[in-house]
Design a protein around this ligand. Structure first.
Ligand code: ADP
Length: 144
């Protein structure tokens, strides 16, 4: 039913994947030929004036470094035998998650609801927007 699964993660927030990864693995392992796509987004600055303080080529370097970090994360956390594809994108987080889900043709998106320490609301801004706008099934994994 959910053969291809997209797991968007924030590499700097372990709570964005500690519970969501096992859920995503279960979903795609339930199908023969299940595939896991892991995506991390390098957020843009939103305002060009902010970006202008960084040296030229900064974004390219950042994407490269994040790609290496994501590769190391996959090696450390995704069990052998799973077909897994890492992706690094740049832009607004929720827009990139939705774009990636459409482009990759995934059946489902699995994501954590919000940062564990931010308990005053139940759905973070990116999770809320993905739930609202994605055309795929979205599994929101709650923390404690
Ligand atoms: P919070 O602001 O509490 O972190 P979010 O809605 O931003 O709430 O985070 C919920 C989920 O959104 C994360 O668990 C992750 O799946 C996704 N997400 C957040 N930031 C990124 C990012 N930079 N790249 C990919 N996914 C992200």
């Amino acid at each position: 039913m959910f053969e291809t699964v997209l797991l968007p993660i924030d590499l700097s927030v372990p709570g964005s994947w500690q519970k969501a990864l096992p859920a995503a693995l279960r979903l795609c392992q339930a199908e023969a030929g299940g595939v896991l796509h892991v995506l991390t987004v390098v957020p843009d600055f939103g305002m060009s004036v902010v970006g202008s303080y960084f040296e030229a080529g900064f974004e390219k370097k950042a994407m490269h470094k994040v790609g290496e970090e994501l590769g190391a994360w996959v090696a450390a956390n995704v069990p052998d035998g799973i077909e897994v594809h890492p992706h690094v994108m740049h832009g607004r987080v929720y827009e990139q998650i939705i774009t990636a889900a459409d482009r990759l043709g995934v059946d489902a998106i699995v994501m954590a609801s919000h940062r564990p320490e931010l308990t005053d609301y139940l759905l973070g801004p990116n999770a809320a927007r993905v739930v609202r706008h994605a055309s795929q099934s979205v599994f929101v994994v709650r923390g404690e």
